[in-house]
Write a protein that binds this ligand. Structure first.
Ligand code: 5GP
Length: 192
């Protein structure tokens, strides 16, 4: 997606060889017009997948996922990174190792927000090692949903997540693919 790549080129910062900072428009301050266009693009890419629900992992996935769910006219389910005291009935959980925090958390959802056979489009901001997307898919499937697509805003395709998800049989699409990072340099996989 050209507009997204231009934003990454202009405002993205390679912190080191592993981490890209895009908090000027995606993770901290949010460019709502860009999110609107990202929603359109995901809705177009997964138009034929019969999606009945969009799901994401809090917190950075919410902005693009909300716009996508709005465009597709389906509900949005936000998977939580921890269970709160008011959320203790009929919850499903799975352990996920966090790329940014380098520790595990319990991804949590209420069973009641998934219908049996729901066709779910999972949206997330970044794909690195694939732990978040694989954990979210596990939870969705445990709840009776079918992961019918995975939409990623930025895939760092030099890390193993994309390959792992595709090998597991998921239909994954990324709006921008990063081939490599060096301090202050971002290399893209050419759009194909
Ligand atoms: P994974 O589970 O695929 O290893 O990592 C994906 C999650 O880690 C995403 O949900 C995202 O929040 C975070 N993440 C991974 N890589 C980056 C990165 O380069 N920059 C930022 N800002 N977040 C990242």
């Amino acid at each position: 997606m050209r507009e997204l790549e231009d934003k990454i080129r202009t405002f993205g910062k390679a912190l080191n060889e592993d981490v890209l900072l895009v908090d000027m428009f995606l993770n901290h301050q949010v460019d709502c017009e860009l999110m609107d266009h990202i929603g359109d693009e995901f809705a177009r890419l997964f138009a034929d997948a019969g999606i009945t629900r969009v799901a994401t992992v809090e917190a950075s996935g919410i902005a693009p996922a909300l716009m996508c769910a709005l465009k597709m006219r389906v509900p949005l389910l936000v998977l939580k990174k921890s269970a709160s005291a008011i959320m203790n009935e009929n919850v499903l959980q799975t352990e996920v190792f966090s790329f940014t925090k380098q520790k595990s958390y319990l991804l949590t959802m209420k069973q009641e927000y998934m219908l049996p056979g729901d066709r779910v489009l999972l949206i997330d901001d970044f794909l690195a090692n694939g732990e978040a997307a694989l954990g979210a898919s596990r939870l969705i499937e445990q709840a009776g949903g079918i992961v019918s697509g995975i939409g990623i805003v930025i895939s760092k395709s030099f890390q193993p997540g994309l390959k792992r998800l595709r090998e597991a049989g998921y239909n994954v699409k990324a709006l921008a693919e990063i081939a490599g990072l060096q301090k202050d340099h971002i290399e893209f996989v050419p759009e194909g």
